[in-house]
Design a protein around this ligand. Structure first.
Ligand code: NAG
Ligand code: NAG
Ligand code: NAG
Ligand code: NAG
Ligand code: NAG
Ligand code: NAG
Ligand code: NAG
Ligand code: NAG
Ligand code: NAG
Ligand code: NAG
Length: 554
């Protein structure tokens, strides 16, 4: 009756217990997440990102952080924090800004051994993210994303890579969704090509209009139930529950996501209005009916993070970085998380496979076309750059702030000559993308500088741009920028599986082209207007652009 297998099973259990709980492969079925053993997986975690430093500068009109700390690159700091993360009983953290040049082994392995998954944002502050005001999906961003994926691919505890955080932050910039969806498509294709089953996520700011965005990011434009342009995991940064609220505060939100097709969770939660947070929403979030709609959430934030909406930290770190002091918020969340026992239902087999419906029609809440931007093409853009007659050759490596100014200047000079900047512009509402619009902004700048230079009969002074331009002696005689684009970008609307940029760590057979190396065409550009949109009720959400990755100023 007592099988000989029992002691072995017990030993296995004990081994698991003594090493902490080893992480299992988590995958999506239907609209839920499951462990490899078929049990349902809920994200029970915290945001783990020290707040970046905001440097007041005219080139930083929105006061976005100019610096960031990679929270997964310092093994000493992670070892310091790990016991506290374990006290919270979490199984996931979210890191908003990581640096692919750094070594993440110590932190990632320590987290993995403690059964803690990571959700990694691929975007970076200032120019490493899709810019909501002048959205584009370009080689420099794709290469940044791929470099980060390559560095984290070796770890077994990456649950998801986020392709954006709060990029679309109101109904006046939903056009940016087309570029986010293209980023999800290309990131998914790249992950598939390297055999990664990490999920592709997006984290959204809350608002009445976001259901259209959620549906758009998880829809199939081709109407054939394909997930190839879909995210796998919808994150909602939700701050509706303040203090000891009543579960009904979530009624509208639940209703809006009741029939959503993919897994969804609260990628941030924890309203800080009114002092220490009781975190009583946890009990509601992790039980039915919410557990039928949501797969858990991430409390915001382990580290101190302050904004007009309050102080969000659960701990303080001593000035020398050696000690952690927990606050009431920490104790309360620990109590709540310890009591969580979400239902293990529905079963994975009854969850079925995920369906990908047709896309919502454009409307005032969603001005995004189902014609997506192309896959940025490193090789084609490098080919173009080398052939252009007038090249951007800045004196400084700090080009972010000058590219936007120079593009505006070159476009206006070109316009006066009867030319246009259509080739470098993309419109996610009309679904019309200029053939150079997925190249690095520095290549786009060289392109319009060349067009202007050529339009003025190659007058040497037309390529100066205050000392920022140099005539390319290697351009085949008489080759125009436009002809070079036709030749290098023969199929400018193509979508394909991107490969790793050359020079990046990963083996990438067949990869070619150069990695993007310059700034963005926006910062400080004329015609770049502040949007002082007041957001009643959701003002707290704005706080999170203070964090490293919440940044969309490209
Ligand atoms: C994780 O599970 C998914 C779905 O079952 C599977 O496709 C994938 O290969 C698994 N990944 C790993 C690393 O085992
Ligand atoms: C990443 O780290 C490297 C090495 O410390 C540093 O040179 C580089 O500036 C960092 N990148 C970013 C985007 O901060
Ligand atoms: C909220 O939803 C619950 C459960 O679905 C329901 O019982 C309750 O009446 C709703 N409350 C409000 C204020 O709509
Ligand atoms: C790593 O973190 C520890 C603890 O905060 C700190 O003392 C140390 O200076 C950090 N190391 C680096 C390279 O930032
Ligand atoms: C961190 O320190 C600040 C300043 O002393 C204090 O106001 C805040 O309550 C502390 N936070 C925690 C979580 O202890
Ligand atoms: C880059 O240039 C801008 C504008 O000149 C300046 O404000 C900023 O401090 C520079 N950044 C760095 C890292 O040098
Ligand atoms: C951001 O700008 C800096 C130079 O100012 C550049 O080195 C870096 O590659 C840019 N990042 C991206 C993703 O374009
Ligand atoms: C993009 O296209 C839409 C629809 O054709 C148009 O209304 C809008 O003005 C265009 N946007 C820009 C910036 O040209
Ligand atoms: C390059 O362009 C910037 C922006 O217009 C300008 O400030 C700078 O003086 C120009 N020349 C050089 C050599 O950087
Ligand atoms: C959206 O972002 C812009 C900056 O790009 C900011 O000025 C605005 O306040 C943000 N809106 C909300 C609702 O957060």
């Amino acid at each position: 009756m007592h099988s000989w297998r029992t002691p072995a099973a017990l030993a296995a259990l004990l081994a698991l217990a003594s090493t902490g709980s080893a992480v299992q492969n988590v995958s999506r079925s239907g609209r839920y997440l499951y462990n490899a053993d078929g049990s349902r997986f809920f994200i029970k975690g915290v945001a783990y990102q020290p707040q970046g430093e905001v440097i007041v500068d005219p080139n930083n009109p929105f006061g976005e952080p100019s610096t960031f700390i990679d929270p997964l690159a310092n093994g000493t700091a992670c070892a310091r924090d790990l016991p506290f993360l374990q006290q919270l009983q979490i199984n996931a953290i979210r890191a908003y800004s990581v640096n692919a040049s750094l070594d993440h082994d110590d932190c990632m392995n320590a987290l993995s051994n403690a059964g803690i998954y990571t959700i990694i944002d691929l975007s970076l502050p200032v120019n490493g993210s899709i810019n909501r005001d002048q959205p584009a999906w370009t080689t420099n961003l794709l290469d940044l994303y791929i470099d980060t994926i390559n560095v984290f691919n070796k770890y077994n505890n990456v649950l998801a890579f986020n392709v954006g955080n709060e990029v679309i932050n109101g109904t006046d910039n939903t056009v940016a969704a087309a570029f986010v969806k293209a980023a999800a498509r290309d990131t998914r294709a790249y992950l598939n090509s390297i055999g990664s089953s990490a999920l592709v996520g997006y984290a959204a700011i809350d608002g009445d209009w976001i259901v259209d965005l959620a549906e758009y990011l998880s829809c199939d434009p081709s109407g054939s139930n394909s997930g190839s342009t879909s995210i796998d995991l919808w994150g909602l940064n939700n701050y509706e529950w303040c203090g000891n609220a009543d579960p009904s505060v979530y009624n509208a939100t639940n209703q809006r996501f009741q029939n959503y097709n993919i897994p969804a969770y609260f990628s941030e939660f924890g309203c800080a209005i009114g002092g220490p947070r009781p975190w009583t929403e946890v009990g509601t979030l992790f039980t039915s009916p919410m557990s039928d709609i949501w797969s858990g959430g991430l409390g915001f934030s382990y580290f101190p993070a302050s904004s007009a909406a309050g102080q969000f930290g659960m701990v303080n770190i001593s000035a020398d970085g050696s000690t952690v002091t927990t606050g009431q918020d920490f104790d309360n969340l620990k109590t709540q998380y310890t009591e969580v026992s979400p239902p293990n239902s529905p079963s994975q087999s009854s969850a079925g496979s995920t369906s990908f419906p047709s896309c919502p029609a454009e409307n005032t809440n969603l001005l995004a076309s189902t014609t997506l931007p192309p896959t940025p093409n490193d090789a084609a853009c490098a080919c173009l750059e080398s052939a252009l007659s007038c090249q951007f050759t800045p004196d400084t490596s700090n080009t972010t702030s000058i590219i936007g100014v120079l593009i505006n200047e070159a476009c206006s000079l070109l316009g006066a000559q009867g030319g246009s900047c259509d080739d470098i512009s993309g419109n996610g509402t009309s679904g019309v993308y200029g053939r150079v619009s997925a190249c690095d902004p520095s290549v786009e700048l060289s392109y319009v500088m060349s067009e202007y230079y050529e339009a003025t009969n190659r007058l040497a002074t037309s390529c100066s741009f205050g000392g920022n331009g140099t005539v390319n002696a290697n351009t085949p005689s008489g080759l125009s920028a436009s002809a070079a684009a036709s030749s290098c970008l023969a199929n400018p609307s193509a979508t394909f599986t991107p490969s790793a940029p050359s020079g990046s760590g990963a083996a990438a057979p067949g990869s070619s082209g150069s990695s993007g190396s310059s700034g963005s065409k926006d910062n400080g550009a004329a015609g770049f207007a502040l949007n002082p949109q007041a957001w009643l009720g959701l003002a707290v959400s704005c706080a999170f652009s203070l964090l490293g990755g919440a940044l969309v100023l490209a």
